[in-house]
Design a protein around this ligand. Structure first.
Ligand SMILES: [Zn+2]
Length: 196
């Protein structure tokens, strides 16, 4: 098991996330044994997260926990529907270019309410419907299959991130960064990578 502090390549970063998820799915967490006081004091003046995750805001997707990671390890951006917006791009660029994250995982999850609402074109109050246009292309691809639409959305958002940020595409070209898409299954607790 590679320690978060020793991750130096995109391949190691991805493997470390997936190994941590395996421990989570097997109820075999090690991060809870970490001394939080030590981790807190070590990260007062700096952070060196090895990975970034763009997740949905859903309360059933506790990002650090499900990768068995602790303070200072994962740079997390969250928005309902795990969609790419200019602010999310800026945040992930900061994570990669300034903090040195080696992998960015765009992660959808089972039973996503944002994708469900988009699919059903629900009448919703306030600005909730502003989320829909970002998710619509994935729903158009799979209008009657929620899980397929959630997966397509994660893949499309990951592709959008890779091509709309010159900072991120530049780091990918240099072999310093990987952008991947994944799907978190609520029942099993496992994260599966998606082809894109
Ligand atoms: Zn969701």
């Amino acid at each position: 098991m590679l320690k978060a502090e020793n991750v130096s390549t995109p391949e190691d970063a991805l493997a470390t996330l997936l190994e941590g998820n395996k421990r989570y799915a097997n109820n075999d967490l090690t991060s809870l044994e970490a001394d939080l006081q030590v981790l807190k004091s070590r990260t007062v003046d700096k952070q060196e997260p090895f990975a970034a995750v763009l997740s949905c805001a859903d309360s059933r997707v506790p990002v650090e926990l499900l990768f068995d990671q602790s303070i200072g390890h994962i740079f997390v951006t969250r928005v309902a529907g795990n969609m790419i917006t200019p602010e999310i791009i800026g945040s992930l660029e900061y994570g990669a270019a300034v903090l040195g994250t080696k992998v960015i995982l765009v992660m959808g999850h089972g039973g996503c309410g944002a994708v469900t609402a988009t699919m059903q074109a629900q009448d919703v109050p306030g600005q909730i419907s502003s989320l829909f246009r970002h998710i619509q292309p994935a729903v158009d691809k799979h209008p009657n299959d929620l899980e397929a639409a959630i997966k397509a959305n994660a893949v499309m958002q990951a592709a959008l991130l890779s091509k709309s940020s010159t900072v991120i595409s530049g780091l990918i070209k240099k072999g310093k960064l990987k952008v991947v898409a994944g799907y978190y299954d609520l029942a099993s607790g496992t994260v599966a990578l998606l082809e894109f």
